[in-house]
Design a protein around this ligand. Sequence first.
Ligand code: ZN
Ligand code: ZN
Ligand code: ZN
Length: 151
Amino acid sequence: MTPSNGRSYDPGVPDMPGVNVLSALPGLRLTGPRRAVFEAIAAASVPFTADELAQSLPGVGRATVFRTIRLLQDLEVLCRVPLEDGSVRYQLSRGDHHHHLVCSQCGAVDEFDDPELDGLIARNAKRTGFTLASHSLELYGRCAACSASRS
Ligand SMILES: [Zn+2]
Ligand SMILES: [Zn+2]
Ligand SMILES: [Zn+2]
């Protein structure tokens, strides 16, 4: 799969254990179509949209592709990454709770986590009497490589 805008980047994680992560999921019955979706996701080198994934799998029904994305999202295997323009891309999750750094130039999505930041978020919710169920946080800008190459 290549990004729809034709640009690509080095994801910087050469040994993303995608296939292992996916095949180790407990209780998942790997039917043919679902396996095809798993393999396409594991092989994706850039964050993808549900449409791009469906288009790369002409032999698999769109509903199956969308359901499988939803399933992997619920299992926290797949990250849902909202972009600045309101569109949504997906990429394999590194697993635990984290936030995203989204590069508007090359489309790279990096991850970071910060327990202090999560503490601040919880504190702010509590202060307003809000019962916090979850949170997500995306930072938008340019990645280190794009920042460095900018003339
Ligand atoms: Zn993520
Ligand atoms: Zn970049
Ligand atoms: Zn957090």
